[in-house]
Design a protein around this ligand. Structure first.
Ligand code: BES
Ligand code: MN
Ligand code: MN
Length: 462
């Protein structure tokens, strides 16, 4: 291990220049104009994975953006890890708010700023560099490794379930590791054991059959923007609870033990509010902030538009208004069921003055993973070595849709070993990856590969 760790130490600047190349390709999965960039990113990864010594490297087609696959299976009678990551990123807008360009990665204050730096290209790279350190120094890995990198995570992993179903044999593994989440705080490493799911909806409200003069018609017609605003405002009650009928039916209650464990985590509401520039936090009454973030469903309006938003004034009574509304869901809710409840509720509250259309854009199921598996025990040990501190256990508010599909289709639990930070601006302007976490992550992952066989063996003996 000494050689491996000193190799990692002495290659920091090369790692950064390579990662900058990867971050320079604007792989925004949601924008069709970026389709060629998606392909370019897949090609870049393929070439890079060949260079570091991985085998059977290939780009595999799906009905959407391609998956990049590679493996190294020379560790006889050792366990096989399937590593999953995503090379697609969120759109960079609003571009004006970036201090340095989103696709020209820039080092500042010990951070690397770029779209995808933390979510998830930087974290993919942590694994690639740990793999490279072993293969370049010893010609072998301590475990067998298979990697799939997908290009559609940020748009709900629509085609990955089918891909997994069709490639069950190829993806057969003993465990799955995903580095696409965060640590609890800087200097506080953690293992994540639960993710929320998501149901993403779009709403269209139509009033009259054309835009109208607001002087000639105002007073006789319900403005669709007003109707939509009234509906959205009614989706929460004064206790911050979601009013969609049936919303909480399947919500698994937190156990007393879990509530107690959350309370022990180093958390301060005042500091948290201040870091966000807020005077006061908002949320469901009767729950702490961490409970609300990790274990309670939420409903957010992600965008709202309609009418005139250009320069100057225009006295129009618009014909249509739109909103994007998504709900984070928790065990044991299901995305499809929540989507149906939402649609039913919206139709029920829609005033007769307008017509409402609801569309289900995409969803992902919530996940809880075991914490007593050899894979998690190895992660705890590796984090302690990589960061010099015992990690804590946490849940996350975000979603990684494929985690539940992996369990359903392959029967394998995922270990969520993340190196992001809560303030890294994922999905926002000025996303960054903290470089201590990047290099600490590479070391941690190297320890992880190295120690997993022992943990696996002792897990089997029991
Ligand atoms: N890496 C995130 C998920 C995440 C966020 C995990 C925060 C842990 C903490 C992932 O790339 C993501 O953004 N997922 C989307 C999924 C959605 C598009 C189905 C999300 O959570 O919004
Ligand atoms: Mn991600
Ligand atoms: Mn993301």
């Amino acid at each position: 291990m000494k050689n491996i760790l000193s190799f990692i130490e002495s290659n920091h600047s090369r790692y950064l220049s390579e990662l900058k190349e990867l971050l320079a390709i604007p792989s925004v999965s949601s924008q069709s104009a970026r389709k060629p960039e998606m392909r370019r990113t897949a090609e870049w990864l393929k070439k890079h994975m060949l260079n570091i010594g991985l085998e059977n490297v290939r780009i595999m087609e799906t009905a959407g953006h391609p998956v990049v696959y590679a493996d190294w299976l020379g560790a006889v009678s050792k366990p096989t890890i399937l590593i999953y990551g995503h090379y697609d990123v969120q759109p960079e807008d609003p571009i004006d708010l970036w201090k340095t360009p989103p696709f020209a990665a820039t080092e500042r204050d010990g951070n690397l700023y770029a779209r995808g730096a933390a979510d998830d290209k930087g974290q993919i790279f942590i694994h690639l560099k740990a793999i490279e350190a072993f293969l370049k120094n010893t010609g072998a890995l301590p475990v067998n490794i298979k990697i799939i990198l997908e290009g559609e995570e940020e748009v709900g992993s629509e085609h990955l379930g089918k891909f997994v179903t069709e490639n069950k044999k190829l993806l057969k593994a003993d465990m799955i590791v995903i580095s696409d989440s965060g640590m609890f705080a800087k200097g506080v490493p953690s293992v994540t054991y639960a993710l929320r799911g998501l149901a993403y909806m779009e709403v269209e409200v139509t009033g009259a059959n054309t835009d109208l003069h607001s002087g000639s018609f105002g007073g006789s017609v319900h403005n669709p923007i007003q109707a939509l605003a009234e509906m959205i405002a009614s989706l929460h009650d004064k206790n911050g609870r979601i009013t969609v009928k049936g919303m909480y039916d399947d919500v698994r209650s937190l156990t007393n033990a879990e509530r107690a464990a959350f309370k022990k985590l180093p958390w301060n509401d005042r500091k948290y509010a201040k870091s966000l520039g807020l005077k006061q936090l908002y949320g469901e009454k009767g729950y702490t902030t961490l409970e609300r973030l990790w274990a309670r469903p939420t409903l957010e309006c992600n965008g709202i538009w309609g009418g005139y938003t250009g320069e100057g004034a225009k006295t129009v009574l618009p014909a249509k208004a739109h909103a994007k509304i998504s709900m984070r869901i928790v065990p044991d809710q299901s995305a499809a069921k929540i989507a149906k409840l939402f649609e039913k509720h919206l139709q029920a509250i829609a005033p007769k003055t307008v017509a409402v259309k609801v569309r289900y854009l995409h969803g992902g199921e919530p996940a809880i993973t075991p914490v007593d598996s050899p894979g998690v025990k190895a992660a705890v040990a590796a984090l302690e070595k990589g960061f010099g501190k015992k990690p804590l256990y946490q849940r996350e508010g975000g979603s990684i849709p494929i985690v539940v599909d992996f369990k359903k289709l392959l029967g394998i639990d995922s270990v969520l070993l993340g190196f992001g930070l809560p303030d890294e601006n994922a999905h926002a302007p000025n996303e960054f990856l903290n470089l201590d976490n990047f290099f600490g992550g590479i070391k941690t992952v190297a320890h992880y590969y190295n120690e997993l066989p022992q943990f696996w063996q002792s897990g089997k003996k029991k």
